[in-house]
Ligand binder design. Structure first.
Ligand code: ADP
Length: 175
């Protein structure tokens, strides 16, 4: 049953029509490169404006935390901006912080009545988290969340952009 909820595609998350898409943001919430840049470019100014309002209110977003905005011109309803850890060798609480990013994103989606959500491979680009290790954390955290919150989501979609992540997730999810 959980295996049907968890799904995998290779592609561009800005094109995905889930209730929420997750952005691998940085703690400034002001946009950056990678998936963050792609989401702000495709979604338009409204996303950045809401990010700036959140920043004014709470001073950005700490590592492992998540905030929610409109999805602007994107097909999704919401963008959930979460901040993954920068890889610093693995002894700086990186797995825990990455798990927090996934868990807090799911929690925020649930609180906003989202039934479907899409994740990029958080921290595996500019932040340098080893892809296999990050996939293990992502999949284990989502599985645990579904166990703790049965029936909470119809679809949790992992959107892999690069071939390497797609291959890793294919092996991990479909065996
Ligand atoms: P981080 O700073 O968290 O490492 P990045 O955006 O640099 O964030 O990379 C996170 C992941 O997002 C990488 O695996 C990268 O290949 C992927 N990515 C980049 N652009 C897109 C996109 N348009 N859709 C989905 N994933 C993307």
């Amino acid at each position: 049953m959980q295996q049907q909820v968890i799904q995998l595609i290779q592609g561009d998350i800005t094109k995905v029509e889930t209730d929420a898409i997750v952005n691998a943001a940085n703690s400034s919430l002001l946009g950056g490169g990678g998936v963050d840049g792609a989401i702000h470019r495709a979604g338009g100014r409204q996303i950045l404006e809401e990010c700036m309002q959140i920043r004014a209110r709470q001073g950005g977003c700490a590592t492992g935390e998540a905030v929610i905005t409109t999805a602007g011109k994107l097909p999704a309803r919401f963008v959930i901006h979460t901040v993954g850890p920068v890889w610093q060798g693995g002894n700086r609480n990186e797995p825990q912080l990455l798990a927090n990013a996934y868990r807090n994103s799911l929690q925020l989606a649930l609180e906003n009545d989202c039934r479907t959500i899409a994740f990029p491979n958080i921290s595996t680009g500019i932040y340098g988290y080893p892809k296999e290790l990050a996939a293990d954390v992502a999949i284990a955290t989502v599985n645990q969340y579904l166990k703790d919150h049965p029936g909470s989501f119809d679809t949790i979609l992992f959107v892999c952009f690069d071939d390497e992540n797609f291959t890793i997730y294919q092996k991990a999810i479909t065996g």
